[in-house]
Each structure stands twice: as structure tokens, then as C-alpha cells.
Design a protein around this ligand. Structure first.
Ligand code: ATP
Length: 248
């Protein structure tokens, strides 16, 4: 049987400032338990796609003007970002938004804000996060602003995990990080996927690493999906090799 779908975008159009058409009918699906990569150059519309899902466009004067988005089969466009988090879908923004003046642990605890269960359950979840990110445990008492870029990216993912999501929208996790650290973070993503059942939609310019860890990929160019397929097929595709993998 085909895998159940956790997230589906159907023909999404996004306009900024009422006139700038940025997404021109984007359709994609993420199977439950999948890791799907959304690939494309700077400015192709990856971040806009993630923000359309999370309902974070309003602050940018952006609007979804066409299409629909379903999470667990239900339309989610009318929901606030918080309500979507409560339902299990959370975005980790590009640029590792941690609170620099809070400690790593305080940052992680802010991620539990949508939860109504008790301190014990939150503590258990915190331990789960530390088990995947031992570096965060070591740095738990450090002010986030003084930790490394890699640690801040881990903190941003860990913070998202504190909402007990079943889907994470991960924007450009590799940005500005050394290759070894990028691999370390993607390895953890893979473990969270296989062990905790978290589904991922990850926006990446680093096609190489994204197609190593994703099961499926979509390539976005100027607001349109121009190619999609199994990660293994995309890795062998001549156009992908030439334009995105740099190994013509
Ligand atoms: P990046 O890697 O830079 O995040 P991206 O593929 O995620 O690239 P987006 O950030 O989604 O691309 O941007 C897509 C297009 O929309 C770009 O042309 C960008 O200039 C434009 N854009 C983004 N935000 C706004 C905004 N608030 N108002 C107007 N245009 C915007």
C-alpha cells in the first residue's frame, strides 16, 4: 500500500505585497515518516514555501492566494502558527533563531510553550533532546549567544522537538556550517526520523547533503517545481548533476 501522506500542498500560489508573485503553483507531498528535500537556488522560493505551510507569511506581507495545504488530511491554512504547532507541525527557521541571552536549556524549555502536560513530561522530553544532542547537554548552562553556529542550529532543532512534533519544516540547516558539522546534524535528523518517527520537509541549497539523507526531492526554480523524484534518481539525473551537484 502507498505510504500515508502527512503533508500535502496543492497548487500553492503566494504573492508578496499584493503584486509580487513568488510561488506559481507549488504542489508537493511528504509521506508519513519521510524525509523530503525542497531544493533550489537562493531566491527560488524555498523559505516562502515553508512559511506558507506554517502560516508565517502575514508578517512579511505575503499571502497564499491559491491552492490548499493539508496536514494529516485537514486543511490548515486558517490556523495560526501556534495552532499548527499544537497539531504537530513546527518550523525551524533559517538562521537558528535562539534567544542569545538565555541559556541553551532555557531556550529548549521555551519550545514547550504550547504544551499542557506537566513538568515531568517536559523533563522527559528534555532528556530525549539531550540524548540526541549530547553537545547541548554539555552546553546546557551556556548562554546561547556564546555557543557555536553548530550548537545554535542544534538548539533550534532541539527547541522544536520540545513541542513533540510529528513533522518538522527545517529551513537551510547547513547554512554557514563546516561540512563535518553539517553531516553531524543530518545524521541526527536521520535518527530522529527513524527512531522518533518525525517527518521532515527540509529546504536546502546544499543539494549534495540533502539528497544523501532525503528519500525524495523536489527542485524549485523561480517559484515552480521543475523536477521531482526519489533522491537516488535525482542524484543520477544529468541536469541535477550539472546544475545542482557541481559534477557535470
Ligand atoms: P533563500 O535561500 O534566500 O531563503 P529561497 O529559495 O528560500 O531562498 P525565498 O526566500 O522564498 O527564496 O524568496 C523567494 C523570492 O521571494 C525571492 O525573489 C525574494 O526576493 C522574494 N521575497 C521573499 N520575501 C519577500 C518579501 N517579504 N517581500 C517581497 N519579496 C520577497
Amino acid at each position: 500500500a502507498p505510504a500515508e501522506t502527512i503533508l500535502a500542498l496543492n497548487n500553492i500560489e503566494v504573492i508578496y505585497d499584493r503584486v509580487i508573485l513568488v510561488l506559481k503553483g507549488v504542489s508537493l507531498t511528504v509521506p508519513k515518516g519521510g524525509i523530503v528535500a525542497l531544493l533550489g537556488a537562493n531566491g527560488a522560493g524555498k523559505t516562502t514555501t515553508l512559511k506558507a505551510i506554517s502560516n508565517l507569511l502575514r508578517a512579511e506581507r505575503g499571502d497564499v492566494t491559491k491552492g490548499n495545504i493539508r496536514f494529516h488530511g485537514k486543511e490548515v491554512q486558517a490556523l495560526s502558527p501556534n495552532e499548527l504547532v499544537r497539531r504537530g507541525c513546527i518550523q525551524v527557521m533559517e538562521g537558528r533563531h535562539c534567544f542569545g541571552h538565555l541559556t541553551i536549556e532555557e531556550n529548549l524549555l521555551t519550545g514547550a510553550y504550547t504544551r499542557k502536560d506537566g513538568a515531568g513530561a517536559i523533563r522527559t522530553n528534555l532528556e530525549m533532546v539531550y540524548s540526541y544532542f549530547p553537545r547541548l547537554r554539555e552546553r546546557r548552562s551556556s548562554q546561547a549567544g556564546y555557543t557555536s553556529g553548530g550548537e545554535q542550529q542544534m538548539c533550534a532543532i532541539g527547541r522544536a522537538l520540545m513541542s513533540k512534533p510529528d513533522m518538522i519544516l527545517l529551513d537551510e540547516p547547513s547554512m554557514g556550517l563546516a561540512p563535518q558539522l553539517v553531516e553531524e546534524i543530518f545524521e541526527i535528523v536521520k535518527e530522529l526520523n527513524s527512531q522518533q518517527g518525525v517527518s521532515f520537509l527540509l529546504a536546502e541549497q546544499n543539494t549534495n547533503v540533502a539528497l544523501k539523507y532525503a528519500t525524495y526531492g523536489y527542485i524549485l526554480e523561480a517559484g515552480r517545481i521543475v523536477l521531482d523524484g526519489a533522491a537516488s534518481a535525482l542524484r543520477e539525473n544529468e541536469d541535477v548533476k550539472e546544475f545542482y551537484l557541481g559534477v557535470a
